[in-house]
Design a protein around this ligand. Sequence first.
Ligand code: GAL
Length: 792
Amino acid sequence: MKQQPAREQRLFDQDWHFYKGDISIPYAVKGGMTGGITDCGSLQEGEWLDIAFNDKGMEHQQLEWASVGLPHDWCIEQQYVHDDLLGSRDGSHGYLPGGTGFYRKTFEIPAEGLGRKWNIRFDGVSGVSTVWVNGHLIGEHRGGYIGFSYDLSDVLRYGDEGKNVILVKVDATEPEGWWYEGCGIYRHVWLEQTHLLHVGEFGTVITTPEVSREQAVVNVRTILCNEGTQSETLELVTEIYDADGQAVGSAVDRIFAGSYGERKQEQQIVVEQPKLWSTDTPYLYRAVSLVKLDGETVDRYETVFGIRTIRFDANEGFFLNGEPLLIKGTCNHQDFAGVGVALPDSLIEYKLKLLQEMGSNAYRSAHHPPTPELLAACDRIGMLVMDENRKLDSSPNGLSQLKRMLYRDRNHPSVIIWNLENEEVLEGTVMGARILKTLADTTRKIDPTRPVSAALNHGWNEGGYSEVVDIVGYNYGQRNNLDIRDHEQYPERVMIGSESASYTTTRGIYEDDPVRGYCSEYGTNVPSWGCSPERAWSDVAQNRFLTGVFLWTGFDYRGEPTPYRWPCINSHFGIMDTCGFPKDSYYYMQAVWTDEPMVHLFPHWTWNGAEGRVIEVRVFSNTETVELILNGRSLGEQQVNRTAHLSWDVGYEPGELIAVGKIGGKPVTRKVAVTAGQAAGIRLYPDRSRAVADGADTVPVRVAVVDGQGNIVPTADNEVRFEVEGAGILLGVGNGNPSSHEPDKATVRRAFNGWCLALVQASAEAGPVTVRAVSTGLASAEVVLQISKPSI
Ligand code: GAL
């Protein structure tokens, strides 16, 4: 018999069939073998696709199954419907219907797999899911933001026993939140096999109780499961490797593991001269746990971790490795242009990269736990995370979701706070405080190394609510300066700006437009609870006890259209739009959050027919002074106050407007706005020229409409058609227009204020992929990306 690997984790994302619609399936008739589409039984592949139960029994139906890969979001594939009472997924979900869908996949398990443990893990399914395997009802899961796993060992068919069928029903009719949530299996699925004696799921807990520059004590608790009938004496070897793959410490223990039992083993390993994880140097170590039986390795489990210390102080805020660090954060939902919530891992990293380039060092995964790949990326790039529980809910389901988040995420160095709720109705009540206390106690028991917080928008000082958590979150605390007043009244309270700004602006728009649903970038249409990023950040810069801020939001997201609804289908809160194109306030954040000299001016300088009109020109910079120059004439030099904008009133004349940033009187940086001519061509700006041939890696290609001189035409809305040939596909398109009803799964997209975006996904085969952009009356453009196999 073929030797099985110690542990195998197989990505289970490919070769699914998808049916959009409902199929009636009896919940359970007998224990197993309910037949129909939940199994293939004796049927040939293909035949089963038409067979389903209805209320009269099993019958043939002509069901249309599409071939899909995961991650998948069927919501984004649908058409917008203007109906505020669309089921219960109204405008707050972006006017895209939910509904029900089915996923089905056949797969084979080798004969040698018999006698091992087979576990399937779904990282996230949006909607209530029900899973059948080979006709057996396996489980139902509610909660779209946390994963779930099922042991399939009994119900699988091994070798000659036949093929296996998995069927997943996703009922996405009911919303869980008030933002776009997508529909379907939108995160990865994994099939994992292990020996009966193995490290449990999320089965290591790594803490660093003592850290100094000289050495770190690394505590590794390993949860060992023996699912066999025999008690065993095993050897647990834990080895620690540095980022270069050098072993830096290890521990060995002999352990008795009783049959059908679970054992926890503590090991302490000292790492000399540890390299600390920080936002500037996100250094990672790897712990390898080896389970050995009679000298043979029967399980091998890896955990990535970091060595760092965190501390929060009521007066001085946050300390990372003993150094004070202001939290420069954004809150974010999950979605992105072209893909809905089904982001390939590389797009998750792209979003984080854009935030980091803006100077942000922290991410709040509002309002739920993020996908595991996001945390892994934050560990790698040095982005702090406020990891968030979905709801104030101590019911069995609520607690189980919270616990899974904690078990899953507690080894990530990036995670610095567990946020247990957001703006719940029961804030400031005694019942709310009881529920919150249960969540806080549960959290502290599972992870005593990080503080717990709650993100409140009312009830801070009532019902004993704030006393239950370690850090009190202030959502929009700048209203009436209540955060500052609370600090005076409760000087021992550790506070954080858990949510702020909600600054509603539309990229490239300089006048509010209620008909089209656009908000000016001057910030003249901000909701009553919101404020400008300037106000939000100035408060933090002046009051260290606020610890930092999480701006609402880094990116526009689908749903929650505010202040307008239809035709708006997405929010305007982002510092970037849904494609990741910066709005003007992006540059304010860069001015206060980064030190590389920069200057930005707005609005654009193409106002045909507005000659002589006085336009307010605003400038953000982190230099000492800025001089504004119009067509070679100085309009004056102003002193920079880094936390505020500069402003000039300028009579419009076409030409060239330049902001020159100076330090010590010398020009160090400049931004030029040129009056653009007629749209004449297209420019393509791929984020990278190479991608990995894994069928998933995705390269965002920014598409600009330019005039004959190559200047961006800031009002252009030309329709661009994309042709992608070779080793890749067009995954989706977008343009950041919050009122666009064009489909994101399409080969054409209009530009919005000069820009649109194409997402090009690598195929599984290496080779070049050509991306061509064509538009009537414009010179077309082409780029070639190289898709290659990863070097081993
Ligand atoms: C907050 C809330 C967010 C979002 C935001 C809009 O109160 O936590 O989810 O709704 O307001 O301004």
